[in-house]
Design a protein around this ligand. Sequence first.
Ligand SMILES: [Zn+2]
Length: 106
Amino acid sequence: MVTCPSSDCGSPNVADLPHFWHSLPAESPLKARYAPPEAAGANYWIALAAVAAGIALLVSGALLGLAVAAAGAGWGALVHRQAAAAGERLADWESSRVCLACTGMF
Ligand SMILES: [Zn+2]
């Protein structure tokens, strides 16, 4: 049996956060408060296109291509890190619980 970790509360009236959130009506003000974190839009294609454009420029003899390809690769890495961090936040949310007595999340 899971109880609320708050020392002032300790209520056994605890629910899984995703389950609780899905059971809330759409017009509930709590719906936004307990909403899952936004997933980062992993836009690899634009980063990939920048790398491809950079390589094409490089092949045609423009030194600028190196900068464009490097920027695309760096952006791709950044997008990848953001997507990984968003995935972690979502996993945290999915494993969270909410206390129905004091509304604390843990
Ligand atoms: Zn509580």
